[in-house]
Design a protein. Structure first.
Length: 320
């Protein structure tokens, strides 16, 4: 076998159909049962797999995941969370939503903050994540009505929810060391993510051109080759490829549609880490506590209180 280390660990399931990037989610839901995407989600639903990884149509993947896996109790809109290279000691920040749903009201943004904070605690080891709302400015009076309402909810919930709400953050703060979790709607998050990916590729090309421009430049590149490789690796979006669908009864990782082998390997490695740490069960338990303690019209601080204990427990590898 070409890959003896994978012998006995892989099962190939034939699928006659393919979900294209042009297919409508509703169409895939009706007639995509013989596709590889549907088969992967069903494998998670049936317990044959712990995580599904897909590079396919994001809308179709989200609809299939929601309909077949169902949302966690207490979650209104699932979100896609991704790692963002940053100046923080852990090397990354968490940003969500980056494309699951273009809409998000104040209550959704509060849920994103709670799920994102749990993700940061479990995956990055941040004891008390700092949460910021992505906005056009840091001033409290800026932004639309939903952002302002969400800011009030997060301010009230931060102490009981064991996260620190630092207020509004701008696009330039996303890779900074002042925030750990950036919360936004799926439209804004997706635009920001793809803009960053394109900018990273542009600067990579600029570096290559600059160090090939003259013989002295090539000599300088030779002396600094180790540092240059480290810089390129640190800013290479392929190494942080893979967004996690948060808020479902199962783990789904969405890889970039244009990912190469390096990017797909990063997404698979992320999926393995999530399964190894049983992250989705811990998140589900935490969200269930929130739902169970949330009567109609409950105060957001009281709602978040149900999850206050998970900050220390997550650090110790316990539930939720």
């Amino acid at each position: 076998a070409r890959r003896p280390d994978l012998a006995g660990r892989c099962e190939i399931r034939h699928a006659d159909d393919v979900v294209t990037m042009e297919d409508k989610p509703a169409q895939v839901l009706r007639s995509g049962k013989n596709s590889s995407m549907y088969s992967a989600i069903e494998a998670v639903r049936d317990g044959d797999a712990e995580v599904a990884v897909s590079c396919g149509n994001t809308g179709a993947l989200m609809v299939l995941s929601m309909m077949r896996l169902r949302k966690l109790e207490g979650v209104n809109r699932p979100a896609i969370a991704c790692y963002w290279p940053s100046r923080n000691p852990q090397g990354f920040n968490v940003m969500l939503d980056v494309g699951a749903d273009v809409r998000a009201d104040a209550a959704d943004l509060l849920q994103y903050a709670l799920m994102g904070a749990s993700y940061a605690r479990n995956s990055l080891g941040v004891t008390r994540p700092r949460v910021g709302l992505l906005n056009v400015g840091t001033e409290a009076h800026k932004g639309g009505s939903e952002i302002k309402a969400a800011a009030e909810l997060l301010t009230a919930a931060q102490d009981a929810g064991q996260f620190s709400f630092i207020g509004n953050v701008e696009g330039s703060d996303i890779p900074s060391d002042k925030v750990d979790v950036i919360v936004t709607d799926g439209f804004t998050g997706n635009v920001a993510l793809k803009t960053a990916e394109g900018t990273a590729r542009l600067f990579k090309d600029f570096f290559r051109e600059a160090f090939k421009a003259t013989p002295f430049a090539r000599l300088g590149a030779l002396f600094a080759s180790r540092q240059i490789r480290a810089l390129i690796a640190r800013t290479d979006p392929r190494h942080v490829n893979g967004g996690v669908f948060l808020g479902l009864n199962g783990t789904v990782v969405k890889s970039h549609g244009g990912a190469d082998a390096t990017g797909i390997a990063a997404a698979v490695n992320l999926a393995f880490d999530l399964a190894r740490h049983d992250f989705n069960h811990r998140l589900a338990a935490r969200v269930a506590l929130v739902a169970a303690s949330e009567p109609q019209g409950a105060d957001p601080a009281a709602v978040a209180a149900a999850t206050a204990s998970d900050a220390v427990e997550d650090q110790e590898g316990q539930t939720p």
